[in-house]
Design a protein around this ligand. Structure first.
Ligand SMILES: [Zn+2]
Length: 369
């Protein structure tokens, strides 16, 4: 049987397609009066941002050098910006956040139109971004204390162990992200210095999510198992799917289903409006044979014993894969900029390329089918 294959489009033609999409076109039009100089229009410079992320290039100097010597890229962009034009443009972007945010809003809205399940079930987590700086307190072993830190916004934080990598302290920033568990695409995100604990940002992040989509569930690991995160989920009108920490109440078994002489009671449905779960005696011989339990951290509306909870919790892996993709394919790592604002813009540009490319793929599918 002949297998029909379609040639992979070149990166240059992909970039010119992205630049011509209505979402990026809007951003280009918004920024055009800012860039001024001839030959360095907003289209060329947004194009350079896409090249930097799609080729996973850590620095503007290498990005500018690649475009200068790459004929197809130069044609796709309509010019080759100098390194300094790239630097100036990055500054303009940082000063003009509303334009970039409006572009993200437009990308999310278009993705929802193409992929109806996008944003329904979320997975939320934070990931480490080690700083382009040295955070050691002493200049050398037993040496003098460091007085000047090259990145004053970076701080020490903790990361958990993943696979064969040991957990521990790191110096830098964290990217806090809410991704769609189905499509693995970012919905809302925030960069903070590493010392800020992820649970304290969940409310901010969910409020940003709510401006773009109305999620039904949010899945988080046990680092977020604190009451304020449950409250944040309630404010955002989505169901919390959060793994339990071993608190004294959990050690006592307060989270377990009710029991009677007939055994452990079974989950028998949820009243979402009244925020109650129903539990039933396994044989139905008790009087009364069922009771309602008020929802809280130990007894969530989607009980941890239910299949739905298990299915949704498995979806949490999507946020780890999304981090991996940003870091390994879109050049989120290694950081080669310093300062919270520059690091945040770097993350924004990586995500801009991710979302724009995903939208182009979603739009291409119906034609190919
Ligand atoms: Zn019973």
């Amino acid at each position: 049987m002949a297998v029909q294959t379609v040639a992979r489009p070149s990166a240059a033609s992909q970039i010119s397609e992205l630049l011509d999409s209505p979402e990026l076109h809007g951003l280009i039009a918004e920024l055009e009066p800012w860039t001024g100089r001839k030959g360095y229009g907003a289209r060329v410079l947004i194009g350079a941002c896409l090249v930097k992320s799609l080729y996973a290039i850590p620095t503007w100097s290498r990005t500018a050098a690649l475009i200068a010597e790459h004929d197809a890229l130069r044609v796709a962009l309509g010019g080759a910006p100098s390194i300094y034009a790239c630097y100036r443009f990055a500054t303009k972007l940082r000063q003009n956040r509303p334009a970039l945010d409006a572009c993200f809003d437009a990308l999310v809205a278009s993705l929802r139109a193409e992929l109806p399940e996008y944003g329904r079930d979320l997975a939320i987590d934070a990931s480490d971004l080690p700083a382009y700086a040295n955070g050691q307190r002493f200049l050398s072993k037993n040496g003098p204390e460091r007085e000047k830190f090259s990145d004053p916004d970076a701080s020490w934080g903790h990361r958990s162990a993943v696979s064969t990598r040991k957990g521990g302290g790191f110096y830098g920033y964290k990217l806090h992200q809410a991704v769609c568990a189905r499509t693995e695409l970012p919905v809302a995100w925030q960069v903070e210095t590493a010392r800020v604990h992820e649970s304290s940002l969940a409310d901010d992040l969910l409020q940003r999510v709510r401006k773009r989509v109305k999620p039904q569930t949010a899945t988080l690991d046990k680092g977020y198992d604190v009451q304020p995160v449950y409250d944040a989920c309630e404010r955002a009108e989505c169901l919390p799917i959060i793994s339990l920490r071993k608190t004294p109440a959990v050690k006592r078994g307060d989270h377990l289903p009710p029991t009677c002489e007939h055994g452990e009671w079974r989950f028998a449905g949820t009243d979402y409006a009244r925020k109650l779960t129903k539990w039933r005696c396994p044989t139905g011989d008790c009087a009364p044979f069922s009771k309602w339990v008020k929802a809280d951290r130990l007894h969530p509306l989607v009980p941890r014993e239910s299949k739905r909870w298990g299915d949704l919790y498995r979806g949490r892996a999507s946020v780890e894969r999304a981090f991996g993709r940003l870091k390994n394919e879109y050049g989120l790592k290694p950081l080669r900029v310093r300062g919270l604002e520059r690091v945040a813009l770097h993350a924004d540009l990586c995500i801009l390329a991710t979302l724009a490319a995903a939208l182009a793929r979603a739009r291409a599918v119906p034609l190919a089918a």
